[in-house]
Design a protein around this ligand. Sequence first.
Ligand code: NAD
Ligand code: UGA
Length: 459
Amino acid sequence: MVSKICCIGAGYVGGPSMAVMADSSPGVDIEVVDVDQQRIDAWNNLNGASLPIYEPGLQQVLDRVRGHNLHFSTDVAGAIRRADMVFLSVNTPTKHRGHGAGSAADLTFIEKAARQIADSAQGATIVVERSTLPVRTADGLRRILDCSTNARFEILSNPEFMAEGTAIDDLQNPDRVLVGGQCDATVNALAGIYANWVPSSRIITTNLWSAELAKLTANAFLAQRISSINAIAGICEATGADVEEVRRAIGADRRIGAEFLKPGPGFGGSCFKKDLLNLIYLAEHYGLDEVARYWRMVLDLNGWSQKRISQMIVKALFGTLRDKRIAVLGFAFKADTNDTRESPAIGICRDLLHDGASLSIHDPRVDDGAMRSLLSMSDDGLPAVGGFEKAASVETACDGADAVLILTDWHQYKQLDWADLASRMRQPGWVFDARRGTNLAEAESHGLDTWQIGRGGMN
Ligand code: NAD
Ligand code: UGA
């Protein structure tokens, strides 16, 4: 019977997922620990800090459980010592140096956390992989954990499938929960906790390796859908077809399904790229070169989806962006999050700056500091050429702008007042809509030229 849980890593996964678990499992006491004191202070709302991540519905769940059966602290060793079950929710970025750089997962944080568990755990302890990991990581974990003299371990793989922006709903009503392990009793111990709020038909149990691989596979398939629809968007623009109509037509086929077919400026977020790279590395490692090339194309297409937007803007604005002002609407990688990791906006804005543009960037949740740290340098490591500022409102972003570029699918960008915005812009003005989110007919009626992703035959 598990009564004390420790979660190592208080990030986008650790924080919300433990909050939802605590909310539905009053008999379990959960300590979420992190090495980052500032992050923990923010989770505790100390010194006026707001939560470290923006996620709709998160604050309400936290209000019910924080200080009751959910606690945030930096006491990593103490929380491990007290726990029957330790969740590993640390970050697993792509390696930047050494062997496998550019594609293999950097397991430094996992290894460090495993050593902390080996040092501090007491008695029978279940270690649960929550981070997304290369297949067979559990082998490496076991070797480290076996060095412990005070504890014995079972390892489970329980990858998380939530998406940012919808995390609370995804966690409260998951399509499925996956628990992989080698010992039935241990698998059942974790499945039993999820059974507090997830119907048993949605709790899937597998062996360890299938669970590890299923997570990478799910992200690869989702990323592939976006690259596929973005490829079709390009064909639509060239041929006069409309990707919205194509999407509706193919999505009505149950074998394809209607979800995750929205065209855009390419996928961002912390996981798709790194998890695809992870899968590619795995395929190469096992000598499956064609398989590796197949998945690499999904990434290459994503690079194309981003690059073509800046190239098209330069072309439309007479071949140069010098002394031109562009209002960029949205910097987060998707709506309803403050996360900018791998956001398509980063590369696109860097390209526009490189061409000398002056950018006025609006985003309802991304702060000035995050934009500054991502845009001060260009891709080649040199200081950016053009200038940029964070705009307090959409209206100020558009003041004097030669073009408006919509990059994130924030709800408020669906209701733009084009009469007002067009009057603030310099003529001839352009609207580039990379999200199919605004009423372009209205923008056109106020004299603006327009481009919309996947809409053919416009120019
Ligand atoms: P994150 O960077 O937001 O959080 C990770 C946290 O772990 C950081 O706060 C870091 O300080 C902490 N940490 C690292 N090493 C530590 C240690 N030894 N002791 C204590 N704390 C430590 O990352 P994230 O977005 O929460 O992702 C975590 C994992 O979950 C990744 O493997 C990711 O692929 C996976 N995942 C993420 C999402 C998502 O939507 N972000 C969804 C599903 C799965
Ligand atoms: C994604 C997966 O959806 C989650 O299931 C998974 O758990 C998570 O990665 C992870 O492993 O981290 P996330 O990256 O948070 O979640 O967000 P998504 O909703 O998947 O969006 C990813 C990117 O794809 C965004 O840039 C989004 O704008 C783009 N996207 C998504 C599209 O361009 N079109 C779509 O139809 C859907």
